[in-house]
Design a protein around this ligand. Structure first.
Ligand code: FEO
Ligand code: CA
Ligand code: CA
Length: 616
């Protein structure tokens, strides 16, 4: 990251407000919802709403079945499941033992999340994150779902990271190609390079790596991104929950407390087999996680790179757009209650065919501030604006940097999605029970208002913004809310949701969002599935499709019990959507996909239209 002059992107604020309001008046005629109007009874009935629906399917009802529900005319198949071997020396998944560390290291990881399909030398490579494991499932053969051996712990560790697997399609069917030279498992033990402003900084130096340039592995990779130069971005989210201390008396440094590091881990046990995860022994290790990792799937021996310039926080995904002038802009959310929304802008322009290695190392990082009047601005994070000692420290203590500039505390920013044909970006704000109740972990207040308009927000919302003059590098933007999720069956106040929510399409906790090439927004949920009280009628987690122009939202799919729907990508011909079904049966209530009392398994499915037409 550069340490730029802090004034070069300064903006005339009055001019922003005036042009934003002008644009807003226009937008309110065009779109159904306005951020403030959505909450009042004065929402203008849009002409656009009477436009014919662009959805080629009839929405499916919510339900609590232990299966995939799709509209008439659509079918799905299982492509690959947790524990399916990627090489011939692996073993078929054993439902009694759930495998060993070795079998897991040769198989698809657990809890599939963000994913992309790459075409390399006419071969189709699926790259998919394996975010975490559910201990009662992976160690379900042990008493109370707790590990009893080092091999159990290592099996859990090997179920994390990223899986790369070649796919082939025969007729309508997809299958994996075992032993493809491109198949790869990236795990918490894979060697990686630290790059960008923080690489080599004393805060990243450890006994094993005194130079602070090489680290081992990636874990808790949630959402993802892809670059136009053919690489995959894996985003490290809840990296903190794997660290522990040899004694509960150890005083965790304040900087790590902000990121949730504690003396106890979340039950994974990695510190029992790998001292890297003992924070009292190696206090800088947690500073080497929480980044965006760039991976080249076309080179199975390539070393993944942790791009520190994109900041350190609980990264959800990394939505990359190439600006009109060629500069690379990456939008990113930090998924924690009251944390922030970020933007990275590269210093140099992307030029196809020329080297790209510097593009995610050399740039500026910003955090978003939203104003009540529908405008907002990107606040530069630099030593001068934040008071931190160096550009490296901004990239390591990014949450503290964003707190210092007064960025807006958000309702858990999950995936960000950029419209493929317009300068318009969406972010799912999944929920936040602490909104208006208590500050974030850094002590920043979480007032009700702006894009976070409901106290104790149970249902979540999707905010969208449009950069000034369609320039993604501009400091100024206008924003509104695309949808406030809710439950109109139970409530008639703002908990009913915005006007485009009905008993027929209601949901809670939007999380994964992606646009298709037709400009429709696919929305995946990771919410409460108890189907009771304030969630009555919501059913299992689901996937919906939204039309950004009319505001219409329709339910496309319902997942099996106790799963989260997360991660999606399209085949090159756009006739298949690959979708991630994560942790079915996380509370013991599912046997999907195999049924018959078998172990539930996270799975990538392929969805197609029965007539073979394009999916989006
Ligand atoms: Fe891994 Fe924020 O979801
Ligand atoms: Ca998520
Ligand atoms: Ca979530």
């Amino acid at each position: 990251m550069n340490t730029p002059s802090d004034t070069s992107d300064d903006v005339d604020f009055e001019q922003i407000v005036e042009s934003a309001l002008t644009r807003r008046r226009f937008l309110q005629r065009t779109f159904v919802l306005g951020s403030i109007a959505a909450l009042s009874s004065q929402v203008p009935v849009s002409i656009a709403r009477s436009a014919p629906s662009r959805f080629p399917f009839i929405g499916v009802p919510s339900n609590v079945r232990d299966d995939i529900t799709l509209p008439k005319g659509y079918s799905h198949q299982v492509v690959v499941r947790w524990g399916d071997p990627l090489w011939s020396d692996g073993m078929q998944f054993d439902h009694a033992t759930r495998g060993t560390a070795f079998s897991q290291s040769r198989a698809l990881g657990d809890n599939v999340d963000g994913m992309e399909l790459f075409v390399v030398n006419d071969r189709m490579l699926l790259v998919v994150n394996n975010e975490y494991t559910n201990r009662t499932i992976i160690w379900g053969n042990r008493r109370n779902g707790k590990f009893v051996s080092d091999d159990d712990v290592l099996k859990g560790k090997m179920a994390h990271g990223i899986s790369i697997v070649e796919l082939k399609q025969t007729g309508r069917q997809w299958e994996i190609i075992k032993d493809s030279p491109y198949n790869r498992r990236i795990t918490p033990d894979t060697e990686m390079m630290l790059t960008g402003p923080a690489a080599g900084h004393p805060l990243l130096q450890t006994a094993a790596d005194p130079g602070g340039m090489l680290c081992k592995g990636t874990w808790n990779n949630c959402g993802n991104g892809r670059t136009p130069w053919g690489t995959y971005l894996a985003c490290e989210e809840n990296f903190n929950g794997y660290f522990s201390a040899t004694t509960g008396e150890y005083a965790i440094p304040e900087e790590l407390i902000r990121y949730g590091v504690r003396t106890k881990d979340r039950g994974y046990g990695w510190g029992t087999i790998d001292t890297r995860f003992l924070v009292d022994r190696h206090p800088n290790e947690p500073n080497r996680a929480g980044y965006v990792v760039e991976i080249d799937p076309s080179e199975p021996d390539s070393t993944p790179k942790k791009r520190t310039a994109l900041g350190r926080f609980k990264h959800e995904n990394a939505e990359l757009v190439v600006n009109g002038d060629g500069r690379v802009v990456v939008y990113m959310g930090d998924d924690e209650r009251g944390e922030f929304l970020y933007r990275y802008v590269s210093h140099d322009a992307y030029k196809p065919g020329e080297p790209t290695d510097h593009l995610l190392d050399n740039g500026r990082l910003y955090a978003a501030r939203f104003y009540e009047n529908g405008t907002g601005e990107w606040l530069l994070l630099s030593p001068k604006t934040t008071g931190l000692a160096s550009a490296a420290e901004v990239c390591i203590h990014t949450r503290q940097a964003a707190s210092a500039v007064g960025a807006t505390t958000m309702d858990r920013p999950e995936w960000v999605a950029a419209h493929p044909h317009a300068a318009e970006i969406y972010c799912a704000l999944t929920n936040n029970k602490n909104r208006g109740v208590k500050p974030n972990a850094g002590g920043d207040e979480t007032p009700v208002g702006g894009p976070n308009p409901r106290a104790r927000n149970r249902y979540g919302q999707i905010v969208r913004w449009r950069p000034m003059d369609s320039d993604h590098t501009s400091s100024a933007f206008t924003w509104d809310l695309y949808v406030l999720a809710g439950n109109p069956l139970v409530y008639s106040d703002d908990r009913a949701g915005s006007d485009n929510i009905s008993v027929g399409n209601m949901f809670n906790s939007p999380d994964g969002i992606r646009f298709d090439q037709t400009g429709l927004l696919w929305i995946q949920t990771d919410g409460q599935y108890n189907n009771q009280n304030e969630y009555e009628g919501h059913g299992n987690n689901q996937m919906l499709v939204g039309d950004p122009v009319t505001g219409e939202i329709r339910r496309f799919m319902v997942g099996p019990r106790e799963c989260e729907i997360t991660g999606m990508c399209f085949s090159p011909d756009r006739r298949t959507i690959f979708v991630g079904i994560q942790h079915p049966g996380e509370r013991g209530g599912s046997h999907w996909p195999e049924g018959g009392g078998r172990v539930p398994r996270s799975t990538v499915i392929a969805i197609r239209r029965d007539d073979g037409d394009i999916m989006g």
